[in-house]
Write a protein that binds this ligand. Structure first.
Ligand code: UDP
Length: 316
């Protein structure tokens, strides 16, 4: 039976990955220091004998007993709100945490899987973004702590691959959403859905002309596994190319929730907020045979349902 470690295993995506790996017959050890993760996300797994949760900060020396086949390194706060409130933790987990996780992969002869980000492209000057684009990142901007530490994480991952022959995989995740996102996460999906369900104003930052492309979590996790079990190293973009402006997105969520909320405009929270973002997924399609299957409307319905239950709302 393969044995996998998932750092950030109690987070939004980490917990979905734990579910999926267990369903694939893996034994899973989840590590999380719970600064943005929550045991609520893994409560349903606690009695599973193939699952183990360890509350741990992976920036510290990392050791796990027994054989390990895969290390999925997901630990990192990822909401732009965290870029200000958890700036140093973000830099530590992506730099020191990635180093420790790579050291463990080397010691265990395990495959190392890095979850990188579309933020390595910064405010991109080419559109859609292909993996060979080097990006347009402001190292000293508010997003720099996340963008640069993820870029460092990619560099050290490939250094371990080249110097120590550690098998590695790098995925670049584009905006992803679904159940188990934190209600107060600050990212656009929980903000808009929460506001629409409560009847509060829906806050579009800036003019609302900036674009994002949203991938449902189950599609993303399927892409992870396709890459993990392939002979590819990456980096490979995984995301859904369906692109929307934030104003269109606000209108769509208002419609799907039958909300009476008004749409209001607020200043951008970060001046380097990317103006456009859409993955080119040609590599994922051709090398992994992966593409998203959940439409935005379908994924949003499921997410709205989950948030509505959490909020005890009746609007949907
Ligand atoms: N955004 C918005 N209203 C909100 C939250 C976010 O208009 O209440 C915008 C934000 O400025 C950005 C986009 O939505 O242009 C996506 O933001 P998010 O925080 O989800 O992540 P990002 O893709 O910027 O990392």
């Amino acid at each position: 039976m393969p044995r996998s470690i998932v750092t950030g295993g109690a987070g939004f995506l980490g917990s979905h990955l734990c579910d999926r790996l267990l369903a694939e017959g893996h034994e899973v050890v989840a590590l999380d220091n719970l600064i943005t993760g929550s045991t609520d996300n893994i409560a349903h797994l606690i009695d599973n004998p193939l699952f183990r949760f360890i509350r741990y900060d992976v920036t510290e020396y990392l050791y796990v007993d027994g054989a390990v086949d895969y290390i999925f390194h997901l630990a990192s706060p990822a909401s732009p709100v965290d870029f200000t409130t958890k700036s140093i933790q973000i830099m530590k987990v992506n730099a020191l945490g990635t180093h420790k996780a790579l050291g463990l992969a080397r010691a265990k002869n395990a495959t190392f899987f890095l979850t990188s980000t579309s933020e390595v492209y910064g405010d991109p000057l080419i559109h859609p973004q292909t993996e060979d684009y080097w990006g347009n990142v402001n190292p000293i901007g508010l997003r720099g702590v996340y963008d640069e530490s993820k870029r460092f994480a990619e560099a050290i991952t490939l250094a371990y691959h080249r110097a120590h022959s550690v098998p590695v995989k790098i995925v670049r995740i584009f905006n992803t959403y679904g159940p188990r996102m934190r209600l107060n996460d600050g990212r656009v999906v929980p903000n808009f859905i929460g506001q629409a369900l409560r009847g509060d104003p829906i806050t579009v930052y800036g003019s609302g002309s900036q674009t994002r492309s949203f991938c449902y979590c189950s599609d993303l996790i399927e892409g992870f596994l396709k890459l993990a079990f392939s002979d590819q190293t990456g980096p490979i973009n995984i995301g859904n190319p369906t692109e929307r402006t934030m104003l269109e997105f606000a209108q769509e969520i208002k419609r799907l929730t039958n909300s009476s909320s008004e749409i209001v405009f607020e200043p951008l929270k970060t001046p380097d907020d990317p103006k456009q973002r859409r993955p080119d997924i040609t590599l994922a399609r051709t090398l992994l045979g992966w593409e998203p299957t959940v439409t935005l409307e379908e994924g949003l319905q499921k997410t709205i349902e989950w948030f509505a239950k959490r909020l005890g709302a009746t609007q949907v």
